[in-house]
Design a protein around this ligand. Structure first.
Ligand SMILES: Cc1ncc(COP(=O)(O)O)c(C=O)c1O
Length: 368
C-alpha cells in the first residue's frame, strides 16, 4: 500500500494538546483553557470592516499588505515601541501564527537550532520542526524568567532565538536588562532574535521593551489578535530588515497571497483609531489576575504573581490537574508547553470574574 503517505517531519508533530481538553470537563465546565480574549472586537473596528465590504474592498491586496496599513504599523511601532521602520520593512500576515511560520521557513536551514523558552508557546517547537530545524528549549529560572547566563551558553551556533515577553504560558515579562543582554549576545554571534510581542499591551506593573531597540538582527512579530480582541480576523505582521521581509514575502506570497483584505481595513482602524478599549481590556485583565492570584494563594498554592498576558502558570501537581479537569475546571497541563514544567498548569483569565470565582471554589474542593 502506498496511500496516505505523509512527510515524517510533519507526522512526528503532535496536534496541540489544548483543544483536546475542551470536551473533557462535561457540560457544566468552566473553560480556563482558552488562549483568546473573551471581549468583542471594538465597535469602530467592526464598522471599518463592514464599510470595507460595502465599498467592495474584497479583492487581493498587494502581497505585503495595503500601503495604508503598512504605514500605520510603522506609526504604531514608532509611537508605542520607539522603533523606526519604513513600510517596505513591514509584511502583513494572517495573524502572528503565519508570521512565525514564514520567518522559520525563510531563515531556518535543515538542522539549524531554534531556541525558545521551555515552558513556552506551543507553536515554536512545531514550526521549527516543520521548517526542518532543531527546536531547543531554554530553561527558565524559578520565577519563569529566562535564565540569561544559561541561554547564552545555548546560543553559540544557534540560528534563531524566539523571545516572547509577555510570555505564554507563564505570564512573565522580561526586564530591559535581560532583553538587551540576550539581543546583544545573540546578534554578536549571528543569532537572529525573533520577538513575539502579541501580548505587549497586557502588562500590569512592568514596562514592555521591544528587543529590536537593542540590535539590528531582530524580527518583530505582532498581531491585532490579542490587543484588539481580533483572534478570528487573522491579522498580524512582521517588522524586520528589508532583506528578511523580501525572503519572507516569497513564502507568504505562495502560501497565502495576502492577508484578508477586509481584516486589513479593520486593522487599519484598530491601529489608527481610539485606543481606549485596549486600556479597558488591560484594566479588566488586571482585576481578574488579582482575583485569581489571591484566590489561589488563599488556597495555599504559591507561585509568582503573573506580570502580563492573561495566564497564570500554577504549580498544582499532575494528580490535582487531572482532578480539576474532571471537576469541570478546564486548565492546560504544563506538558503542552514543553518538558520542564509537567506539574504546572496554565490557567487563562480571559474569562469573566464570575467564572474565575466559581473555578476557585471548585479548586478549593480539590485542594482543601
Ligand atoms: C505567544 C503567542 N504568539 C503568537 C500567537 C498567535 O497569535 P495569532 O492568533 O495572531 O496567530 C499566540 C496565540 O495564542 C501566542 O500565544
Amino acid at each position: 500500500m502506498n496511500q496516505w503517505r505523509c512527510a515524517r517531519r510533519v507526522q512526528g508533530i503532535d496536534v496541540s494538546g489544548i483543544r483536546k481538553l475542551f470536551d473533557a470537563g462535561g457540560p457544566d465546565a468552566i473553560d480556563l483553557g482558552i488562549g483568546q480574549p473573551d471581549f468583542e472586537t471594538p465597535e469602530h473596528i467592526r464598522e471599518a470592516a463592514i464599510a470595507a465590504i460595502r465599498e467592495g474592498k474584497t479583492r487581493y491586496t498587494p502581497n505585503a499588505g495595503i500601503a495604508e496599513l503598512r504605514s500605520a504599523i510603522c506609526d504604531k511601532l514608532l509611537r508605542e515601541n520607539d522603533l523606526r521602520y519604513r513600510p517596505d520593512e513591514i509584511l502583513v500576515t494572517a495573524g502572528g501564527s503565519e508570521a512565525l511560520h514564514i520567518v522559520m521557513q525563510a531563515l531556518v536551514e535543515e538542522g539549524d537550532r531554534v531556541l525558545f523558552a521551555d515552558p513556552g508557546f506551543v507553536s515554536y517547537r512545531a514550526l521549527a520542526l516543520i521548517a526542518g530545524g532543531r527546536p531547543v528549549g531554554v530553561p527558565l529560572d524559578e520565577t519563569f524568567h529566562i535564565d540569561v547566563e544559561r541561554a547564552k551558553e545555548q546560543m553559540d551556533g544557534a540560528r534563531l532565538f524566539v523571545l516572547n515577553s509577555p510570555a505564554n504560558p507563564t505570564g512573565a515579562v522580561e526586564s530591559e536588562e535581560s532583553i538587551r543582554a540576550l539581543v546583544e549576545y545573540g546578534n554578536d554571534r549571528g543569532v537572529t532574535v525573533v520577538s513575539d510581542e502579541v501580548y505587549e499591551h497586557f502588562i500590569y506593573e512592568k514596562k514592555h521593551h521591544s528587543p529590536a531597540r537593542y540590535g539590528d538582527d531582530v524580527i518583530t512579530i505582532n498581531a491585532a489578535s490579542k490587543t484588539y480582541a481580533m483572534t478570528g480576523w487573522r491579522l498580524g505582521f512582521i517588522a524586520a530588515p528589508e532583506e528578511y521581509v523580501q525572503q519572507c514575502l516569497k513564502v507568504h506570497q505562495y502560501g497565502q497571497a495576502c492577508a484578508t483584505s477586509i481584516s486589513q481595513y479593520a486593522a487599519l482602524a484598530a491601529y489608527t483609531g481610539d485606543q481606549t478599549s485596549v486600556r479597558q481590556m488591560r484594566e479588566e485583565y488586571r482585576a481578574r489576575r488579582d482575583l485569581l492570584y489571591e484566590g489561589l494563594t488563599d488556597l495555599g498554592i504559591e507561585f509568582p504573581r503573573p506580570e502580563g498576558a492573561f495566564y497564570a502558570f500554577v504549580p498544582m501537581g499532575r494528580e490535582r490537574i487531572r482532578q480539576a479537569i474532571e471537576k469541570g475546571v478546564i486548565i492546560v497541563p504544563g506538558e503542552a508547553f514543553g518538558s520542564r514544567a509537567p506539574d504546572h498548569a496554565r490557567i487563562s483569565y480571559a474569562t469573566s470574574r464570575e467564572n474565575l470565582s466559581r473555578a476557585i471554589e471548585r479548586l478549593g474542593e480539590i485542594v482543601g
